[in-house]
Design a protein around this ligand. Sequence first.
Ligand SMILES: [Zn+2]
Length: 186
Amino acid sequence: MIYYHEFLIDLPRYAELGKENDFPDIDCCPICRAKNRLQRHGFYERNALEEEMTYRIPICRLLCPDCGKTVSILPTFLLPYFQYTMACIIRILLTYWMTSSLFVARQLRRFYEKRVYGKQTEIELFFREEGEQILLPSAGKEKAIKMLQMIQALGKATFVRRWWRHRVNSFMAASLYHGSRVAKTE
Ligand SMILES: [Zn+2]
């Protein structure tokens, strides 16, 4: 499964540090809840993109000595399955919706757009549960713009962590994805 960690650094710095990064220790298994320190279990590599830059970064894996399952420590600037950072996806959409300019392929923009539209109700509910007093446009692009701006205002890392705590589906994931399948496929 995915365990989100706030590294307090951005993608370029994370890439630069590589395996020398300060990876967290986890003393309680998030899967079986056993109170044992998870063991280091190597790394896997994945791509992470931001505007024109592609980074190849290590993702630290931990193994629970009790249940034998693995946990991947994902930096909060990334989303499972998505190569672009969350900040960049939000910039792509907001830039396009507000100025019609585009710095990624059209299909990719459309794909992100569809995902955000599909998540509108859930995102709205999330903000209500967080106690935000929100007055949103009823639907469409204006509503989506407002919600992405609210995510930016809350702070992407905070949003992702809280969202992940409350939900099985990650932000932007298709409805059928489940957290436990993420580690295997990435
Ligand atoms: Zn466990």
